[in-house]
Design a protein around this ligand. Structure first.
Ligand code: ADP
Length: 484
């Protein structure tokens, strides 16, 4: 089975969130299971610099406002996966982030930048861009790649099936309707039954409406987005796709997230040798200037600092948490008010609260290894990766019962042995009560270790999810379902 993954991010080259981790790990897991996998990425500077042995497979010429567009094929360092790169200097060669400039404003030409990505994906799927390799599945990730599904649908018949994974429905890729002519799509798609969304153009809708199958990154999120509460205005579209919307839980990359092999840690450990975790904890307290207190519950948060992640609840719960003797270490970037509030909390509680406003992968590994618990009190959470990293590292997740958090974290009276703590209401009181329950249980080392063991023993790798995707590809293409 030939599969083309199309995405705007890939760890460690371009990353704004969990999408990048998935795009780095899922194709590799699929390749190990015998699929013939390639990637298509926009030619952002970090990607062009990293790709090895690139050669031109198609000289596309001028399109989407760019004078010179070429399709390159090379290999990714590390995995050596074949990767197509859309080289379009006018659209992609710039500083800032993949979607925003340095001030946080969206790039004004995002419509052209990501329409081009989808357009090239559709041409690869149709066999026009590289006759040597034609995918049977075009797998688009998030709105950045979703237009691939619309271009394929607009130029039927394309032999390939299209799969669209929603990593976060809240980011939709909305553009003014008057930019429609820039897309070069048939006018039949410019309607509410197509890409139009309340007087705007929605790239997200291109994936939701036209992909042969839609997948979300957890089964519960797949059910949630069919409701008005979580559907971000698209719940009707999602309900309309019926059984073609399913959820496949993300895995984690064992090569990157494994406490027994983690090069970011001075002390390594596993479930059978937990002394290393204790050493990581002491090293972390020393590094962050936290009191060297072995009894305190040390909670970490590694997150975008946004409303979605419920971190205003964490601030509200902080006085009671500290009162119980606990410590908090936060790392993240995001909304200025939340950044300021956590920075202020550190100032007000030296030795008890640490706050690092910034993005640092190695530091995130040290925090997860050294903390006792990781809090993810999200208002909504498509899958969430940090609670999975917590489970793997014996760092108990404290999460809200929502989306992928609900699918992965089990509390007392759950469907299996408890591996963390779960609360329901998105209120300071509910989170506070949950945090205090965790702080109380920490005083019972055996009970605490039982939860650690439950999480550390879980199979969280990409092996299972990669098989589920393969089955979905088989359904979508009509190929026989591969026996795992
Ligand atoms: P989302 O994609 O909604 O931001 P996820 O939990 O799915 O949330 O993925 C977030 C990813 O980004 C994880 O790999 C997490 O470790 C990482 N991350 C978030 N903030 C930071 C930070 N400040 N420093 C390092 N890694 C971070």
């Amino acid at each position: 089975m030939k599969v083309l993954h199309v995405a705007a991010e890939i760890y460690p080259l371009v990353k704004t969130g969990g999408l990048a981790d998935v795009v780095a790990a899922l194709p590799v897991a699929q390749q190990r299971q015998g699929l013939d996998v390639r990637l298509l990425l926009p030619g952002l500077p970090q990607v062009l610099e990293a790709v090895q042995g690139a050669r031109t497979v198609a000289d596309i010429g001028a399109c989407f406002g760019a004078m010179r567009v070429r399709l390159l094929l090379g290999r990714l360092p590390g995995s050596l996966l074949p990767v197509y790169v859309v080289e379009a200097p006018y659209l992609y060669r710039r500083g800032g982030g993949p979607y925003h400039d340095d001030r946080g404003d969206e790039w004004p030409d995002n419509l052209q930048r990501f329409a081009l990505l989808g357009w090239v994906a559709a041409h690869l799927a149709g066999g026009d861009a590289d006759a040597q390799w034609v995918p049977e599945v075009m797998h688009a990730h998030d709105w950045h790649a979703a237009m691939g599904c619309a271009y394929m649908a607009d130029h039927a018949p394309t032999g390939a099936a299209s799969i669209f994974t929603v990593h976060n429905l809240a980011f939709q890729g909305l553009f003014p309707l008057h930019d429609w002519p820039l897309l070069g799509l048939g006018s039949r798609l410019m309607s509410p039954a197509g890409l139009e969304y309340h007087g705007q153009l929605s790239f997200m809708k291109a994936g939701l409406k036209f992909a042969d199958r839609v997948v979300t990154v957890s089964p519960r999120y797949a059910r949630e987005i069919a409701t008005p509460e979580f559907g971000c205005g698209l719940d009707g579209v999602i309900r309309g796709r019926g059984e073609h919307v399913t959820g496949i839980l993300n895995g984690i990359d064992d090569d990157v997230w494994d406490p027994a092999r983690d090069s970011a840690l001075v002390h390594r450990y596993d479930a059978a040798r937990l002394q290393g975790k204790q050493a990581c904890r002491r090293a972390l307290q020393a590094e962050l200037g936290l009191q060297p207190d072995d009894a305190a519950l040390l909670v970490t948060v590694i997150s975008r600092l946004t409303q979605q992640k419920g971190l205003d609840l964490m601030l509200a719960a902080l006085p009671a948490l500290l009162q119980s003797g606990a410590q908090l270490a936060v790392q993240g970037t995001g909304e200025p008010a939340l950044e300021a509030a956590f920075t202020e909390a550190q100032r007000a509680h030296p030795g008890r609260v640490h706050c690092f406003i910034g993005y640092d992968e190695a530091r995130a590994h040290r925090l997860i290894a050294g903390a006792d618990a990781i809090a993810v009190p999200s208002r909504f959470e498509p899958c969430g990766l940090t609670q999975l990293y917590g489970l793997r590292y014996g760092t108990l997740p404290i999460v809200r019962r929502v989306g992928g958090l609900a699918d992965t974290v089990i509390d007392d009276a759950g469907p299996g042995p408890a591996n963390g703590f779960v609360f329901d209401a998105a209120t300071p009181a509910a989170l506070t009560q949950c945090l205090l329950r965790a702080a109380a249980l920490r005083q019972f080392p055996e009970a605490w270790r039982a939860r650690m063991a439950a999480g550390m023993g879980q199979q969280l790798s990409w092996v299972g999810p990669a098989r589920q995707y393969a089955q979905l590809y088989a359904q979508a293409t009509g190929a026989p379902v591969a026996r795992a």
